[in-house]
Design a protein around this ligand. Structure first.
Ligand code: WTA
Length: 656
């Protein structure tokens, strides 16, 4: 973020008090902060007691930094908490999901009783394929009800799920399958994107050429596309799950039994398998979902518009809402220009009262204009949430004024795959919000902004965001790599968790997130590592060297800009051509996935390096963002940057 933008942020003086009616009935009142502050562990113990346990824990927390265990000795089943207990309480007829297909051509209403039947069948089906407690199951599926059912069936069996976002490439998929050592993959023949069927299974087939461990593939028929079939390995869902018994006895697992892993980009080329366990994770996702969105399960219609392939989908489409007995909207599609008012139609039609989405989406809808909203009655909305990247005050205000009719609180929620659940956010019935600020750590959570030495900054200061006390839904580690876990999160400052984000405290002590300060980019709320993209680029036969930076982008938050030097054998007229640049962009999309495609690729004969040979990324970022360059005296060859800059100005890039 540039200094003037930052300055404007910090001088934001608008305040929005919670609406009186919401405040009066809110699930969380102001005294919750004191309550948690007096005895943090007793507070979390009370939240945990809202779950259904088979055996109660004997101790709340065991903390041997950086390893934590929560609710020790307790046993429970994640799926029972999400589904069975509501049916047993007589709420089987309550709708769990209104599922809407891409473009709203098909709808399915799924009650909690339906979900219990489907999940039981899927658990029996997966068990018949050999899945048992402790086995990892990789899930590569689009936004369809079977994806939720598969996740819950895994939880029911105690088999940690490993969901891989369906937009990732076959290479990304095979890496995650191998690292997690999964033996079973669940997928679909295809999916619907923007009104058209696109294939899914071919990516799995390709990935499986490099995954010797996979024994079984379970395939949901979604589009009816022709698919290649490997007898003995591949099985149709309708042959295995549909005919299975709809009764399944769930076993209780230890509170620390692994519930799932989710791979996320780090600062190296290899994604990290973030591990979450059962009792603490479920406690905190349910608690945060209840208080941050002020969920009233008997009357709210809640819509989290994330994809299940990311942590937001896990915590706030699947586990949080289901544990709380919520009625959710699950939409298969994403906003697109040929269908600009689809969201507003759905909100009006289904009377959505809580909406949770990302700033990139808000900015897209904002670009399409308030006139798209005007014909639709959005008065059912009462809480609006934002997640995934810093939200600029303009987008925040537009969200509140136009989507929320100026009535609704906007909760900007900061958290990460690693934190499992929301950590910093306003409470809608308590906090006077400021446009663009995540405000304060939730009750029971301890966050701080520290300087280089790890000392808390005063009000008005900026630095690194850290979490100073363990929390129930914290990652338990990186799958198979304790050293990397310590090194990544716990080595920057002793015994405090380093989040990788920059933050500021304003004059009131409220927290503003400023984005990643490491080599992780945040593009449309998706984490992508610069090293991963560089790795993909240098894997191209015509590339000698590559450097990648995240440049500020008005729409996507950050955008990927790549600087590439071609191999000597590539002729100048080829390497400077449009086709070459396009082939590099396509190569990255193929290696990682379309979300990692660089916005710009700049071909240059040299990269700017320090005298010790390090690529000067800061400088490249300045060039990519068109800023005046800072100090270049340590450069090996200062003329290199001039050459790069000239090429950039000359339009020797590809922009979409
Ligand atoms: C960023 C998504 C500013 C941040 C839940 C974090 C945010 C990374 C916010 C985690 C927010 C998430 N304001 N930045 N409200 N929420 N981030 O793991 O940089 O996909 O470290 O989890 O997104 O991304 P992840």
């Amino acid at each position: 973020m540039t200094e003037p933008a930052l300055d404007a942020l910090l001088h934001e003086s608008r305040r929005f008090e919670p609406p009186a009616d919401l405040a009066a009935e809110a699930n969380a009142k102001a005294d919750m902060y004191d309550e948690a502050g007096r005895d943090r562990l007793a507070f979390w113990e009370r939240q945990a007691a809202d779950l259904t346990w088979s055996a109660k824990w004997s101790k709340v927390l065991e903390w041997e930094p950086p390893f934590s265990k929560w609710f020790i000795g307790g046993t429970l089943n994640g799926c029972v908490n999400a589904v069975d207990r509501h049916v047993e309480a007589g709420l089987g007829d309550r709708v769990a999901y209104y599922w809407i297909s891409d473009g709203d051509t098909e709808r399915r209403t799924i009650t909690y009783a339906d979900l219990l039947r489907e999940v039981s069948k899927a658990a029996n089906g997966l068990a018949s394929l050999g899945v048992k407690a402790g086995d990892r199951v990789t899930i590569y599926m689009p936004m369809i009800p079977e994806t939720v059912v598969t996740i819950l069936a895994c939880a029911r069996l105690g088999a940690p799920h490993n969901v891989v976002f369906c937009g990732f490439s076959s290479d990304s998929l095979s890496g995650r399958i191998n690292d997690s050592d999964s033996h079973v993959v669940v997928t679909t023949d295809g999916q619907f994107r923007r009104g058209a069927p696109t294939p899914v299974k071919p990516a799995v087939d390709e990935a499986l050429q490099k995954t010797p461990g996979i024994e079984k593939v379970l395939v949901v028929r979604r589009t009816g596309a022709e698919v290649d079939w490997t007898e003995g390995r591949d099985h149709w869902w309708h042959d295995v799950v549909e005919p299975a018994s709809d009764s399944h006895e769930a076993e209780a697992f230890d509170s620390e039994h692994p519930l799932f892993m989710m791979y996320t980009s780090g600062t190296t080329a290899k994604p990290k398998g973030i591990l979450h366990t059962t009792g603490g994770y479920l406690t905190q996702v349910a608690f945060t979902h209840r208080v941050v969105f002020d969920l009233k399960p008997e009357r709210d219609i809640y819509w989290c518009a994330a994809d299940i392939g990311w942590i937001t989908g896990h915590s706030y489409i699947v586990y949080g809402p289901l544990i709380n007995g919520a009625t959710s909207v699950m939409y298969e599609g994403t906003p697109h220009p040929a269908d600009k008012d689809r969201w507003w139609k759905l909100i009006a039609d289904l009377k959505v009262s809580i909406l949770y989405t990302a700033p990139t989406t808000i900015r897209t809808l904002m670009k399409w204009g308030a006139e798209e909203l005007a014909p639709h009655d959005l008065s059912s909305l009462r809480v609006l949430g934002s997640v995934g990247e810093p939200i600029n005050p303009e987008a925040w205000m537009w969200y509140r004024e136009n989507v929320g009719g100026g009535r609704t609180p906007v909760v900007d929620t900061w958290w990460q795959t690693e934190t499992g659940a929301i950590m910093i956010s306003p409470l809608p019935g308590v906090t006077a919000t400021k446009p663009g600020a995540a405000m304060t750590a939730l009750p029971g959570i301890s966050a701080e902004v520290v300087d280089n030495e790890g000392k808390p900054v005063g009000n008005g200061g900026g630095g690194f965001l850290v979490l100073t006390e363990p929390w129930p839904s914290m990652l338990r580690g990186i799958w198979g790599d304790d050293e990397r876990y310590k090194e990544t999160y716990w080595s920057r400052f002793p015994d405090v968790y380093f989040a990788g984000d920059g933050a500021k405290k304003d004059e009131d002590g409220d927290i503003w997130l400023l984005g990643r300060i490491d080599d992780v980019m945040n593009v449309s709320g998706h984490r992508i590592s610069t090293t991963e993209v560089e790795h993909a680029l240098v894997g191209h036969p015509s590339v000698a060297e590559a450097a990648v930076v995240g440049a500020t982008d008005a729409m996507t938050g950050q955008a990927i800009v790549a600087f590439v030097t071609p191999r000597g054998s590539v002729a100048e007229d080829v390497s400077s051509g449009e086709e070459f640049v396009q082939s590099l962009r396509d190569h990255v999309a193929k290696e990682i996935g379309p979300i990692a495609k660089p916005r710009q690729v700049l071909v240059t004969p040299e990269l700017p390096k320090t005298r010790s040979g390090k690529i000067m990324r800061r400088l490249l970022r300045d060039i990519a963002e068109n800023r005046e360059l800072g100090d270049v005296t340590t450069l090996l060859d200062p003329t290199v940057t001039d050459a790069i800059r000239e090429r950039m100005a000359g339009g020797d890039t590809k922009e979409e």
